[in-house]
Design a protein around this ligand. Structure first.
Ligand SMILES: *Cc1c(COP(=O)(O)O)cnc(C)c1O
Length: 379
């Protein structure tokens, strides 16, 4: 038997409290049993999103939340400004194009974050841009974009809304939907929220709802106005993923007991320890600036394939981390510290990396990175 450790940037481990709750018999989504369950999830999500706005719950993966945010707030021909700094930025472009939006990209080299001035420049040049699309944490490169600054810019433009894919950032990063003026904020269940895949969450500002009124793009399953109406009665438009929503309440309960600030601080600390430990091993970050608190992207040492590090971690030691995506495939590997993550997840990951590298013939003094992480994580 090989004991397994899940240290990927989604899916992430699910705490036993949520697993147990999800083992209970199914309840009916239109019965009075379920209404308080959804009511509680709805309120918990507003707490997490730091918002008074509606936070819709959709049965889909995170990408469904992205797709719905394109076909519900925009129309064919609308101009979209996409910040493309990695694999998930590229996904925004693909979705917008699939719905016949006219896409302009701010293309960023992988490993770097967008300069908010570039967003300002693009909007000044073309105020008819309807939507700015960005990731909070670009999971493929381990970069965090400055959402606060970008929101401050977009909110000055009456005809433009900001759509943020925060699927891998929520819970790890402070994202103040109302205070900063984020219009659409998208989350997913299998990342910071410590649940199985299957739920997308979409926070929607009043400004964004006015865009929904004008949208002519086709909508049926992802119909946010219909979802909003149902949500008022603690229902979803179609059959609710009752099991996942029961689990969601358990995850939210754990996070509420910890407190939002503490959750952010925990992720920051784990991310910092991971980066410093890896540097102590003589490895370089793939992320050149503004590192995300959810995932650390690391360059494979010269002559070693990043996918082989990922594979050896999994096959030899039972650690499922992540390799590279797109143009970074083979060049990097990634370690997540997201959601149900603590001190010994980092220690495990670093110890595993040391053992894998040594096993692959790379000169490593065992314990070097682990010692650095231990120092930084002593309480
Ligand atoms: C995981 C992730 C998604 C969504 O992926 P799904 O497989 O659809 O859940 C989108 N954006 C980012 C930044 C992600 O990390």
């Amino acid at each position: 038997m090989l004991k397994r450790y899940l240290l990927a940037p989604g899916p992430t481990p699910v705490p036993p409290e949520a697993l147990l709750a999800m083992a209970m018999p199914i309840i009916h989504h239109r019965s009075p049993d379920f209404l308080p369950v959804l009511d509680s999830a709805k309120k918990g999500l507003q707490w997490l999103y730091q918002t008074k706005n509606d936070v819709l719950i959709i049965c889909s993966t995170g990408t469904g939340g992205m797709v719905g945010s394109v076909n519900n707030f925009f129309s064919p021909g609308d101009k979209a400004l996409v910040i493309n700094a990695g694999n998930f930025g590229e996904r925004w472009t693909k979705i917008c194009k699939a719905y016949n939006l006219s896409v302009e990209e701010i293309k960023i080299d992988w490993g770097y974050s967008v300069k908010p001035e570039e967003v300002e420049k693009a909007l000044k040049k073309d105020p008819s841009i309807k939507g700015v699309f960005v990731q909070a944490s670009e999971t493929s490169t381990g970069v965090y974009h400055d959402i606060k600054a970008i929101a401050g810019i977009v909110k000055k433009y009456e005809n433009t809304i900001l759509v943020v894919d925060a699927i891998s950032a929520l819970v790890a990063h402070d994202l103040r939907m109302d205070e900063w003026g984020i219009d659409v904020l998208i989350g997913g269940s299998q990342k910071g929220l410590m649940l199985p895949p299957g739920l997308a969450f979409i926070g929607v500002s009043e400004k964004a709802w006015t865009f929904a009124e004008k949208s002519t793009a086709p909508k049926f399953y992802f119909n946010f106005k219909a979802e909003r109406k149902k949500l008022k009665d603690n229902q979803t438009n179609f059959t609710s993923p009752v099991t996942l929503i029961i689990g969601l309440n358990e995850s939210l309960k754990l996070l509420q007991a910890e407190g939002l600030e503490n959750a952010f601080r925990r992720h920051e600390k784990l991310a910092h320890a991971t980066r410093e430990a890896v540097r102590a091993l003589g490895l370089e970050m793939f992320t050149k600036e503004s590192p995300s608190c959810s995932v650390t992207a690391i360059n494979a040492p010269a002559g070693i394939d990043g996918q082989e590090i990922y594979k050896n971690l999994r096959v030899k030691y039972g650690i499922t981390a992540a390799g590279g995506q797109g143009q970074a495939k083979g060049r990097i590997f990634r370690i997540a510290h997201l959601g149900y993550a603590g001190t010994f997840d980092v220690i495990t990951a670093i110890a595993g990396v040391e053992m894998v590298l040594k096993g692959m013939g790379h000169p490593v003094k065992l314990g070097t990175g682990v010692a650095v992480a231990q120092e930084l994580l002593i309480v």
